[in-house]
Design a protein around this ligand. Structure first.
Ligand SMILES: *[C@@H]1O[C@H](CO)[C@@H](O)[C@H](O)[C@H]1NC(C)=O
Ligand SMILES: *[C@@H]1O[C@H](CO)[C@@H](O)[C@H](O)[C@H]1NC(C)=O
Ligand SMILES: *[C@@H]1O[C@H](CO)[C@@H](O)[C@H](O)[C@H]1NC(C)=O
Length: 789
């Protein structure tokens, strides 16, 4: 289903498997906001040609920020064809930039200035500036059409730079203001330029094949100097070099190639310059090998290394096996044997009349400049750093206490407030489980129509998904550590009897226990259908005794949040043990486990089931369960809680197909395949996540609705396969990009066999691109109920 000609998923961002930085180069993954909106880019690193006033200075040019007068605005109106004005960002190190976002000045409705068009210039060293052009050679990028919407543009080819300038362009004089963001990732290869002989032209059956480096950003005469281009654009060529992934380009576009006729020595020499001295492990060269057209990977490579000023005397030589059998283009990996170098010069020897490369990547080890050999100095420095850290920590704690005290006072007056949790919380949440976190504070920030406007809504950066996560809790539960306003009771630990372990995470375990006399401890509105004196089965989530203070605080916060959730379709927090360690929360136990396992054990009613004698679940039962999930989610959304991880694995099944939503999934290794680990960042359930959650880090009720659609799909397929099981994680992310671009190339989950059109219609509505067009849980619940009648 994936190869449907023009409409197929494009997977041409390539990477050399295994290298440290390599993963970052895949399209879709290297799309992190680089810190204009998130604040990681400092004010002093944002500058401009001019400013209209102090309140529209460069530092106000941050996407989705409303500080100052709401944007960066240059001093004078932008004239046609004058490229005098720019907003400049210094990223402090080289980055691979794949996407840019722009926005105008809205300022709560007062502003109405924006850039309809702009150009981008970039630099790696702040002295040589290069104008960005797309693959067709066009420089102007379409910008905004109003003052508030964020417009994102893919950079094709991507940019490798430290400095980036946005230059507003106009066809008539106008006032222009801009807010911007850059998206990408750090450029770990460290390559700042390669110099090579210019690519040549081949004549194939009378047709020219242009093997020049068409996106090279240095000087090109007889050779290429001081630039980067196709060999570092993350795009691997196809097996057949006359074809390309890129639309509407000439044959040979993806490759830079040379013929042995022009090189009497028998080799092509390429010189690579790096940002600093590095400890190199490998080089990977993506080569074409269409030997029937006289193209082969190289037969030998000889590399010279320069660390300080001098070239090392003995080069490194490597001869790959010449392949006369397999036509496919491939990465050839060359071990660089931990040579230290800031420049590498390699001579690639022809194995055939032609040699063609599409990509070269480098992998290097630790930053050697940070290594100090003298061990005494090292110990001294470690001690000094430790002392400084302790002092800083003390100061921070003192300040934090004061600030916190003030905040508490303020917050008590309001009904709702934000809390910024730290990085730790979410990683804990992700690894151990249960918190149902809330979205933006409803009363304080919702726009008139009750829906946060797209431009006003948070664009949390992807790091923000694991890090500065904003959620709301009622002010009355703010007094976190006193425990007095937890809406559930303390349960005597001795009345719990351990039965078995249900799950385990980094910060704790979930046990199945028997609890005696539970009835006295819980609200009368909640009924166990068991006689008074019988012990009941409960699930007990326990924080490890050695968990640090952050984990403890987060555990307590989680208790606060969960204790407020009272709905027949949400797992209920029954009681807690927080007076002594280890901290525990006691929740209902659902005897049939999670919905995923439950359905996997069952079959639809029908012939096969009759023969194989497995237990069946009817369509009406499936719909009944889906209705309950919708009902629980309707309750959560009414409180403006965003679940973030709705899936069958997080819905628990009780007697008679009752369903309660929980969030225990991540604590189990069982489902690790459902989560995608972004290097050193978070684990994310990408197959359930909306496009805006993946690309922009935005989690809202509308993204929960998307996940509901996937959950519904899982339910109707009896969880027999993972969503998009035929796609790899990278392809799922690529597909997300298609949802964002919305050019009818996105792949939807197919209609399950059992699923009537009306239900599939609901799923498709949940996966609409525009969040406002997705149905509410209220509507979904109503439609499901009606279809049941
Ligand atoms: C590469 O070759 C194509 C086709 O002849 C040409 O249009 C293009 O300008 C060339 N690019 C460079 C940078 O030489
Ligand atoms: C380069 O890295 C390797 C492996 O990490 C290490 O063993 C070696 O000592 C390093 N070389 C230098 C000169 O630092
Ligand atoms: C180029 O390579 C072809 C094929 O290996 C060979 O026949 C030819 O002699 C080579 N030409 C030169 C100038 O080395």
């Amino acid at each position: 289903t994936m190869k449907d000609g023009g409409g197929s998923i494009k997977l041409w961002r390539c990477f050399a498997a295994g290298g440290t930085g390599a993963l970052h180069k895949i399209d879709g993954v290297c799309r992190y906001p680089l810190g204009m909106s998130g604040g990681q880019i400092q004010d002093e690193d944002i500058s401009a040609s001019s400013q209209w006033s102090e309140s529209t200075a460069a530092r106000y040019g941050r996407l989705d920020f409303e500080e100052g007068d709401g944007a960066w605005c240059p001093e004078i109106t932008v004239e046609p064809d004058s490229l005098k004005e720019f907003l400049q960002i210094d990223l402090r190190s080289l980055h691979f930039i794949t996407l840019v976002g722009t926005q105008g000045r809205h300022a709560g409705g007062i502003g109405n200035e924006f850039a309809q068009m702009y150009k981008i210039k970039y630099s790696r060293d702040s002295s040589r500036w290069i104008s960005w052009r797309n693959r067709q050679g066009k420089q102007v990028i379409e910008g905004n059409r109003n003052a508030y919407d964020i417009v994102l543009k893919d950079l094709e080819p991507p940019i490798i730079a430290r400095f980036v300038r946005f230059m507003p362009v106009s066809d008539h004089s106008m006032n222009v203001c801009m807010r911007v963001e850059l998206y990408g990732c750090e450029w770990l290869d460290g390559l700042v330029s390669y110099n090579a002989p210019a690519g040549e032209q081949m004549s194939l059956e009378g047709q020219p094949v242009h093997l020049n480096d068409s996106v090279y950003d240095g000087a090109v005469i007889y050779s290429m100097t001081e630039g980067l281009g196709q060999l570092t654009d993350g795009m691997c060529g196809l097996d057949d070099f006359t074809h390309s992934h890129v639309y509407n380009v000439w044959p040979g576009y993806d490759y830079v190639g040379w013929t042995n006729e022009s090189f009497p020595n028998g080799y092509v020499e390429i010189m690579f310059e790096f940002d600093r001295t590095r400890n190199f492990t490998t080089m990977k060269v993506h080569c074409n090998n269409m030997f029937m057209k006289h193209v082969k990977a190289f037969r030998q490579v000889v590399c010279y290394f320069r660390s300080e000023a001098d070239w090392e005397a003995t080069p490194l030589s490597f001869s790959p096996v010449v392949d006369d059998v397999n036509l496919s283009a491939r990465f050839v990996t060359i071990s660089l044997a931990n040579h230290m170098a800031s420049a590498i010069k390699c001579q690639f020897y022809f194995a055939e009349a032609w040699m063609m490369f599409s990509e070269i990547t480098f992998q290097s080890g630790d930053d050697p400049t940070h290594k100090i050999d003298d061990s005494n100095t090292r110990i001294l420095i470690v001690c000094l750093v430790a002392i400084i850290l302790i002092l800083v920590a003390i100061i921070v704690i003192i300040l934090w206490r004061q600030v916190w005290q003030k905040m508490l006072e303020k917050v008590r007056d309001a009904t709702w407030s934000h809390i910024h949790t730290n990085e730790f919380f979410l990683s804990q949440k992700i690894l151990t489980s249960t918190a149902v976190t809330a979205s933006k504070a409803p009363i304080a920030t919702v726009a008139q129509d009750g829906v946060p406007h797209y431009a006003e809504a948070d664009i949390v950066n992807l790091q923000g998904v694991t890090g500065g996560n904003t959620y709301a809790v009622p002010a009355l539960t703010m007094d976190l550590l006193s425990g007095k306003d937890v809406a559930v009771e303390e349960f005597p630990r001795k009345l719990l009897t351990f039965k078995e372990k249900l799950g385990e995470g980094q910060f704790g375990e979930v046990h199945l226990c028997e609890a005696e006399g539970m009835k006295e401890f819980i609200d009368e509105d909640f009924s166990f259908n068991i006689s008074d004196n019988q012990p009941v089965l409960v699930a007990v989530k326990m924080l490890r005794a050695d968990a640090n203070k952050n984990a403890r605080n987060d555990f307590l916060k989680e208790i606060k949040i969960m204790s407020r959730l009272k709905d027949p379709n949400i797992i209920r927090l029954l009681a807690v043990c927080i007076c002594s360690d280890p901290l525990c929360m006691i929740t209902e136990y659902m005897e049939n486990g999670d919905l995923n396992q439950f359905l996997s054990r069952h079959e639809p009613e029908g012939q096969i089931a009759l023969i194989s004698n497995v237990t069946t679940v009817g369509y009406s039962d499936l719909r009944y369960m889906a209705t309950q999930i919708a009902s629980g989610m309707r309750y959560l959304s009414s409180l403006n809680f965003v679940h973030r991880d709705l899936a069958t694995r997080n819905c628990l099944v009780g007697k008679n197909y009752t369903i309660k939503i929980a969030d225990f999934g991540m604590s189990r290794n069982l489902y690790s395949g459902d989560y995608y680990r972004i290097q050193g960042r978070a684990v994310l359930p990408i197959r359930w996540m909306s496009w805006e959650s993946i690309l922009l880090g935005k989690f809202t009720t509308a993204s929960d609705v998307w996940a509901f659609g996937v959950t519904l799909w899982e339910t109707l397929t009896f969880c027999k396969e993972q969503p998009y099981s035929q796609l790899t994680d990278e392809q799922v992310i690529e597909n997300t990009g298609e949802f964002f671009r919305d050019q009818k190339r996105q792949i939807y989950l197919p209609q399950p066999v059992l699923c009537p059109d009306s239900l599939y219609e609901i799923m498709l509505c949940c996966w609409r691109r525009n969040t406002k067009e997705r149905p509410s849980f209220q509507e979904i619940h109503r439609v499901l109920l009606e279809s049941q009648a």
